[in-house]
Design a protein. Structure first.
Length: 309
């Protein structure tokens, strides 16, 4: 576990993405109600992401466009363009299946397996990757998708949870509800969005007095079964807490100007350095830790003052 902690800490020191590539896929509904629901969720995600700033490169596939060939082409194009400093987020909505060995998302024509998705993502140079699989049986895809530096969120804890999920509804709600940004820094992280959607999903089943048929899980250390309640104490959730899914409010507007965007990137780099320093505290002299922390906090305050002008 110590090695996993160190790997996660090292990821926090990497350059922030110059661009974020988003691909949202809404698969087959099977019934008109689901077809409309899946397409509507994908289109709302598309709208929210496009409003998030100039660095967002958004591809949304739904209905007849959401084929294996189109998804493959979209990810192949990103593999050509993306740099190591970039980020990529893949969001899957719809019905999934798991036969005990292999996960598939149901698409028009041939389905797409978890192994195939992982293989395509592996070809993308972006070191910061997020997969949000919101389909039924999505937990069955986790083992194939897990990789150091990749955040994997699934709407179900295993492939055996086969009922249609509501997690996707609350993931979208997290993207549009300012309350999901719990630290109020106007940058919604993958961890914040997951926590919001997971809690809302639980409340849904409680208020409906129904037995929960889905249990969302987040995994971002590259191994294991993930966690429903990620904690930085065991390293789970650390990478997700620094992956900005969406800028909101004034920060969203600030990101639209080159000067403010540079300051936002600088602020996020400083915050990541502070987090890394805290994890290294036990292994360094107390005075050295204090000096480095004070220097970083001073620089952070100056950067924030420039942003507030």
């Amino acid at each position: 576990m110590k090695r996993v902690w160190l790997a996660a800490a090292l990821l926090l020191t990497s350059n922030l993405s110059a661009a974020t590539f988003y691909v949202t896929v809404a698969g087959l509904g099977g019934e008109p109600e689901y077809e409309q629901r899946f397409s509507s969720l994908a289109l709302e995600i598309d709208k929210l992401l496009r409003a998030g700033g100039p660095d967002a490169k958004v591809t949304t596939l739904y209905g007849g466009q959401a084929t294996k060939a189109q998804v493959t082409a979209a990810l192949a194009e990103i593999a050509k363009e993306a740099k190591p400093s970039d980020a990529v987020a893949l969001m899957l909505i719809g019905h999934g299946s798991f036969d005990g060995f292999e996960y598939k998302i149901n698409l028009p024509g041939p389905d797409l397996t978890g192994v195939e998705i992982a293989s395509m993502l592996d070809r993308i140079a972006a070191t910061r990757q997020l997969v949000v699989n919101m389909t039924s049986s999505s937990g069955g895809s986790r083992a194939a998708l897990e990789k150091q530096g990749r955040i994997v969120i699934t709407a179900t804890k295993s492939g055996s949870e086969k009922n249609a999920t509501v997690f996707a509804r609350y993931w979208v709600e997290a993207l549009r509800d300012p309350a999901a940004d719990t630290d109020k820094n106007e940058g919604l992280t993958a961890l914040e969005a997951f926590t919001y959607a997971e809690q809302k999903t639980n409340q849904f089943y409680e208020t409906q007095k129904r037995l929960a048929t889905e249990h969302a899980v987040l995994e971002d250390v590259g191994q294991g079964d993930g966690a429903r309640k990620p904690s930085s104490e065991n390293g789970e959730g650390l990478v997700a807490s620094h992956f900005i899914v969406l800028r909101i409010g004034a920060t969203q507007l600030a990101a639209a100007t080159p000067e403010k965007k540079a300051l936002l990137d600088q602020r996020e780099q400083l915050e990541q350095k502070i987090d890394k320093l805290k994890y290294e505290k036990a292994a360094m002299p107390s005075e050295q830790y204090k000096e480095q922390l004070q220097a970083l906090l001073l620089e952070l305050a100056k950067t924030q003052a420039e942003l507030d002008k």
